[in-house]
Design a protein around this ligand. Structure first.
Ligand code: CP3
Length: 347
């Protein structure tokens, strides 16, 4: 049987560190509030409802991929949905973002978090995977995703956005056994969830550890790394895994030790420094500051040129922002970025 076209796409080749004609590019939050079409849908449909309506989620992502000309799609969903079947009550507050009504605040609360043994309550995510894959150009890969155990634990404990992650850190320090049990339960859930998305038709997955950057390296090494490592190993697939975190370049070698074929880096470190630290035996994803997209197409081009220079055409670079697209981003600047990456990297 011939290999599907996505197998030799620029994105998949780069994830395997094979040479490509152009540097592949996609954007975290490439479907979202910066798009007028997305905002129009959101005037009628709440965010969680949108995530639970696979036909709409697939349509939103397919439209973004087409509009931008990016080299990969990502499932339209949210990081926190996995917590619902585990027993947490998730709501989306139009002002404050996601909120958990019954957060984990005491060691005993960890026991009421259910093991995610089955994925049937997340079947709508699998349906979004299937529909997005069915509508996507065969030459492009579809990425699944999940939150990494620490970022999920942090949300489960804080109950919402937090600047200092104070409750999470206190829990980690004062209740080490319960914290470890929580992380273990989340790691198993994440592995099952990602394996499910791959089985439903995704070609690769990204693990978002968006909040791990708040940790001191030694705390990450001790309390987080073993669980992220276990989650990545337990996916049990050859599909590429992107391991992404933000906010703390000192964690990069530890993230690489935890695993991932591709390490996702933010803009707080130069790409060449980051790659040296991670090791050239891994692929790298990143790392333009999303704020640059609020500037001019000329400035965007200059910054793209700089990042490509630092990558030195070494196989294994996937271009992305260092974090998600900001809602204030002009759509034409996002398009200008994708065009600039393709044009300036052509070999
Ligand atoms: O286009 C894509 O990248 C795919 C979809 C996607 C969303 N969330 C949609 C979304 C992905 C991959 C995520 C991941 C996610 N969700 C993360 C990790 C990435 C990151 O940004 O660090 C986190 C921490 C979440 C949890 C979450 N969801 C927060 C904190 C918020 C509110 C903050 C914000 O930007 O509004 C969301 C909402 C969210 N997730 C939106 C979208 C399109 C905006 C919802 C809306 O108002 O319409």
């Amino acid at each position: 049987m011939p290999l599907p076209l996505w197998h030799n796409s620029a994105w998949m080749k780069a994830a395997r560190r094979e040479p490509t004609d152009v540097t592949p590019v996609w954007l975290m939050r490439q479907a979202g509030r910066y798009q007028p079409e997305y905002r129009a849908i959101r005037e009628k449909v709440g965010f969680l409802k949108l995530c639970k309506t696979p036909s709409l989620g697939a349509e939103i992502m397919l439209r973004a991929v087409e509009q931008l000309g990016v080299d990969a799609a990502i499932v339209f969903s949210d990081l926190l949905l996995i917590l619902e079947p585990m027993g947490l009550q998730l709501e989306f507050d139009e002002g404050a973002g996601p909120v958990i009504r019954n957060p984990i605040r005491a060691a005993a609360d960890v026991d009421r978090l259910e093991e995610l043994d089955r994925l049937d309550q997340l079947d709508y995510v699998m349906e979004t995977v299937r529909l997005t894959r069915a509508g996507l150009d065969e030459s492009l890969p579809l990425l699944g995703f999940a939150g990494a155990p620490f970022t999920l634990a942090s949300y489960a404990i804080e109950g919402g956005a937090s600047r200092d992650h104070r409750r999470t850190k206190c829990f980690m320090l004062d209740e080490p056994a319960a914290f470890d049990a929580l992380m273990g339960r989340l790691a198993r859930a994440v592995a099952r969830y990602l394996a499910g998305q791959l089985a439903a038709g995704a070609q690769a997955v990204q693990l978002f550890d968006s909040w791990a950057g708040c940790l001191a390296p030694d705390d990450y090494r001790r309390a987080v790394l073993p669980h992220t490592q276990a989650a990545i190993r337990a996916i049990g697939s050859d599909a590429p895994v992107v391991h992404f975190a933000t906010g703390n370049p000192a964690l990069l070698p530890l993230m690489a030790a935890a695993g991932g074929d591709v390490i996702g880096v933010d803009w707080r470190i130069d790409l060449d420094d980051a790659w040296r630290t991670i090791g050239h035996d891994r692929a790298i994803q990143g790392n333009l500051d999303p704020a640059v997209l609020l500037s001019s197409p000329d400035e965007i081009r200059r910054r793209v040129h700089d990042i490509l220079d630092r990558a030195q055409s070494r196989p294994g670079h996937i271009f992305n922002l260092g974090h998600g697209v900001l809602p204030q981003t002009p759509v034409e600047n996002a398009v200008a970025l994708v065009d600039a990456v393709h044009e300036l990297s052509r070999r």
